[in-house]
Structures are given as structure tokens and as C-alpha cells.
Write a new protein. Structure first.
Length: 226
């Protein structure tokens, strides 16, 4: 993965102003953006995903322009072929596990049928050990099962990059270590490039092939190789 980013975005709320300025060029399969809460990490990830439109600059992935303010280009999220895993997983509460995964595979906003089956959905149910809970809804799942469901939904569309927003923050200490190991093994097996944001040094240690540090909306240093 080659990710070329140079963006600026100003957010205003009342008398408060927040400036995001991110400029970097990353290469590799594991990019970690680390910084304290409020540093602008989630804003950066949303801009990469197409959920936030910068005021200026560009975003290019593997040579393809996803955003360019000067050229008037702003590819919508579904056209970027990147998968975004929200911090709270954003599973649909009215859909079961199978339907949530299938939603990532289907185009449009029609809910998949409760018994939806396809080779890709079946593959990810087995890959993440979710077949026994495929009929259950998110509120019936453990934290680890919810995360695995969200990851399966993200990966079923075969994205060219995976964007992870503090993926372990909602888990307790033991489960966090377990899921970190699972994601580490999964990424090594699938070779799906990922950009992970975190404030946890352990995430940096495990996943930090390339590390960017953010604070106050700004990149603090060039890429460091862990």
C-alpha cells in the first residue's frame, strides 16, 4: 500500500476551532497513527474513508486519487474500496450476525434476508468462528464476537485497505490482548494493508511497522519504522 496524504480541515463549534493538518506518504502493510484523545486521529481516518471532506489537499491510494480539492474530486466511501471499522463497531442492532456480514457484501441499502448465504459470507463465518452465533443479534454477543462480526463485515467486500479506529478500546484487558493477537495473525495471513489509530503503546508495539504521531491536529514527526 502506498498512501499519499496532504489535507487540511477546519472545524468550528461555537467559539472553538480545531485545525487538522496531515501531510505524509506511507508505504507498507501496517501504518499506526498514535496520539492522545482529541489529537485528530479519528478525523484523519474519516477523511481517508470519505466520511469527512477536507477543505484542501489530496488523498491518493496506490496512485489513485480519492480526494483532490483543486480538481473537485471526492470519491464516496463505497467507491474507495477501503473498509472502516468504527470504534463501537457500528453493527446494525436489528440484523443478526449473518445479515451484518452480508451487508458489507451487498450494494445498496436493502437489508439481507435473515438466512442469507453466499460463499464469502460462509467463509468469514467460519474464519472468525461465528457460525454458532450467526442467528444472534449484536446485543446477544460478547465484546469479542461483536468485534469479529464487524471485522468480517469489513473484509467480506475484499477491500484494498482496512481502517481501524481504536479497535481494542472498548474491550477489557484480557480480551484486548486476545483480540490484538487475533488481528495480528489475521493480517499476516490475509496481507490486507491497514491503517490503525490508537493511543495505546501496546498497539504501536504489535502493529507499528510504520508509525505516525499526531497531537493537536498536526503530524508531529515523519514516519518512524518500529
Amino acid at each position: 500500500m502506498r498512501l499519499d496524504v496532504d489535507i487540511r480541515k477546519t472545524l468550528r463549534s461555537g467559539h472553538r476551532t480545531f485545525e487538522l493538518q496531515a501531510r505524509f506518504c506511507a508505504q507498507g502493510e501496517r501504518v499506526v497513527v498514535v496520539g492522545p484523545s482529541g489529537a485528530g486521529k479519528s478525523m484523519l481516518l474519516k477523511a481517508l474513508a470519505g466520511l469527512l471532506r477536507p477543505d484542501a489537499g489530496h488523498v491518493r491510494l496506490d496512485g489513485e486519487t480519492l480526494f483532490d480539492a483543486a480538481q473537485g474530486i471526492h470519491r464516496p466511501p463505497r467507491e474507495r474500496a477501503v473498509a472502516y471499522l468504527f470504534q463501537d463497531y457500528a453493527l446494525f442492532p436489528h440484523l443478526n450476525v449473518r445479515q451484518n456480514i452480508a451487508f458489507g457484501e451487498l450494494q445498496g441499502w436493502r437489508n439481507p434476508p435473515a438466512a442469507h448465504a453466499s460463499p464469502e459470507v460462509e467463509r468469514w463465518l467460519d474464519a472468525f468462528g461465528l457460525r454458532e452465533v450467526a442467528h444472534q443479534h449484536p446485543h446477544e454477543l460478547s465484546g469479542g464476537q461483536r468485534q469479529r462480526t464487524a471485522l468480517a463485515r469489513a473484509l467480506v467486500a475484499r477491500p484494498r485497505a482496512l481502517l481501524l479506529d481504536e479497535p481494542f478500546a472498548a474491550l477489557d484487558t484480557d480480551l484486548r490482548a486476545s483480540m490484538r493477537a487475533e488481528l495480528d495473525a489475521l493480517q499476516r495471513r490475509l496481507r490486507v494493508p491497514m491503517v490503525l489509530i490508537t493511543h495505546d503503546p501496546e498497539d504501536v508495539r504489535v502493529f507499528g511497522e510504520q508509525v505516525l504521531r499526531m497531537d493537536g491536529g498536526h503530524m508531529m514527526e515523519d514516519i518512524a519504522h518500529a
